[in-house]
Design a protein around this ligand. Structure first.
Ligand SMILES: NC(=O)C1=CN([C@@H]2O[C@H](COP(=O)(O)OP(=O)(O)OC[C@H]3O[C@@H](n4cnc5c(N)ncnc54)[C@H](O)[C@@H]3O)[C@@H](O)[C@H]2O)C=CC1
Ligand SMILES: O=C(O)[C@H]1O[C@H](OP(=O)(O)OP(=O)(O)OC[C@H]2O[C@@H](n3ccc(=O)[nH]c3=O)[C@H](O)[C@@H]2O)[C@H](O)[C@@H](O)[C@@H]1O
Length: 433
């Protein structure tokens, strides 16, 4: 099959490469020339395990190419996949300008042969209809079906998620398009749900909002555990043994970050409010998340009193989660903002996200080259991202470097008892020492 993928972010690049690996001819389009040149040269603009090798292999085998020329790519393709960003606008609604610009450009290029246009970006309910309207406004002879096939990959495991999806959702009202999209996705899974376009668009928002709800739920339970001397890790384990609940997404921490949960919960809230419905559960999910990082500040105040000025903070981890260099809505940024405002000095380390952080906040903090350098003479260690490298640290190794044995473990990585035995003041999230 001949496919154009518009947008070479996580979703466009990973899904385009995956469809190419399955034997399709894929042209990936991006408007940023620098990005396209980088990709043509076999380099990738994001950190994603396994992706670079796959891009290079498919390029070498001649099925995967990169261009800025959307018109030419669309003309050559039967399927056009839209995978551009839908970031939050100030109101919380999804900013649809990138998707609609692509719709206009596709409309100008589409000609009269039948084409399937697929929304893979996470978009408000009703978007496929609007994209079709825009395309037809540009070319009223276009023979086009606009469908919804939402993406469920996670950063850091995007390649394996794409090759082994739990399910593929195909939202379409057109039989011809349905056949084409089933054929395209069949090699990936038997678990294909066929539905109408609006339900498909909603499935994506509902799935992300549900996962965000699980996280805010366990964070709320952790905060109550703190007050009553229960241990949230055991609580989550005990809950997860019930098949109906399941063990996943019950890790208490500093709240969800990243490019999707924060923006998608806000967008769903906005969609509900637009129809005069007040989504009380989603308000609470967002509210708990907005506040969760502040527990670090309360713990600092609890340990050091109001006298935090000049304290040296060793910050372990910057990325919003391990195995990515993505800093979008990372809890580390909010923590840095507050602790520097309180006059503390921050030395931070992350295995791969330092460059991205520097682009965002420059020299507001100091950056270390490794863990040992980060810990040196620290008054307090704050663990923000649960990289494997940090999990392997022993209390003795930390104690050797720091000035004061104080650890605030924002991801419950360390064993509280070991920490206590080693003489640390230790605070996890909903954990008892
Ligand atoms: N990042 C993730 O893990 C996931 C993202 N999604 C959704 O997928 C969508 C894309 O997300 P990301 O890949 O993270 O986006 P991104 O923002 O990283 O990349 C989007 C790309 O589209 C390009 N672009 C924008 N307008 C264009 C145009 N007119 N022509 C050509 N290229 C254009 C940009 O230059 C950029 O390279 C969003 O709606 C997101 O919510 C869904 C599942 C997972
Ligand atoms: O729509 C999207 O973009 C994607 O959003 C998430 O993927 P991602 O943001 O890459 O990362 P997750 O692994 O889901 O983690 C999100 C955030 O939740 C936090 N989290 C996750 C799980 C948990 O138990 N506790 C917890 O605090 C992580 O630390 C991270 O900050 C979803 O998992 C994907 O299915 C979805 O496709």
């Amino acid at each position: 099959m001949k496919i154009t993928v518009v947008g070479t972010g996580y979703v466009g690049l990973v899904s385009g490469t995956c469809f190419s690996e399955l034997g399709n001819e894929v042209i990936c389009v991006d408007k940023i020339e620098e990005k396209v040149n980088m990709l043509k040269g076999g380099d990738i603009p994001i950190y994603e395990p396994g992706l670079k090798e796959l891009v290079q292999k498919n390029q070498a085998e001649g099925r995967l190419s990169f261009t800025t020329d959307l018109e030419d790519a669309v003309k050559k393709s039967e399927v056009v996949i839209i995978a551009v960003g839908t970031p939050s606008s100030e109101s919380g609604a999804a900013n649809m300008s990138y998707v609609y610009t692509v719709a206009e450009e596709v409309g100008q290029a589409i000609g009269s042969d039948f084409k399937v246009v697929v929304n893979k970006s996470t978009v408000p309910i009703g978007t496929a209809e609007e994209v079709k309207r825009i395309i037809l406004e540009k070319n009223n002879t276009a023979d086009v079906s606009v469908c919804s096939v939402p993406e469920f990959l996670r950063e850091g495991s995007a390649v394996s998620d794409t090759f082994n999806p739990d399910r593929v959702i195909i939202g379409t009202e057109c039989e011809r398009a349905r056949k084409t999209l089933i054929e395209l996705h069949k090699p990936l899974t038997d678990q294909i749900l066929l539905t109408d376009v609006r339900s498909s668009e909603m499935i994506k928002y509902a799935s992300n909002a549900f996962l965000a709800t699980k996280i805010s739920f366990i964070n709320e339970i952790a905060n109550i555990c703190d007050a009553y001397g229960a241990d949230v890790v055991d609580v989550a384990k005990g809950m997860g043994l019930d098949d109906r609940i399941g063990p996943k997404f019950l890790q208490a921490g500093l709240g969800y970050g990243g490019s999707c949960f924060p923006k998608d919960t806000k967008a769903l809230i906005h969609l509900a409010e637009e129809k005069a419905y007040e989504p009380q559960l989603l308000y609470a999910v967002k509210d708990i998340n907005d506040r969760q990082y502040q527990r670090v500040i309360h713990q600092l105040n609890g340990i050091f009193g109001e006298d935090t000025k000049g304290l040296k903070v060793a910050l372990l981890g910057l990325a919003f989660k391990p195995n990515t260099d993505d800093m979008r809505d990372a809890p580390s940024l909010k923590i840095i903002e507050e602790v520097t405002e309180l006059g503390m000095e921050v030395v931070a380390y992350d295995p791969i996200a330092i460059e991205r952080t520097q682009e965002l906040i420059g020299d507001k903090i100091n950056y270390a080259k490794n863990v040992t350098e980060t810990l040196q003479d620290a008054d307090v260690v704050i663990l923000v991202t649960e990289w494997d490298e940090f999990k392997q640290l022993s209390p003795a190794a930390i104690k050797e470097q720091v000035r004061r044995p104080v650890v605030i473990d924002g991801r419950n990585v360390f064993d509280p008892n070991q920490m206590k035995e080693a003489g640390f003041i230790y605070h996890g999230v909903g954990r008892q020492v």
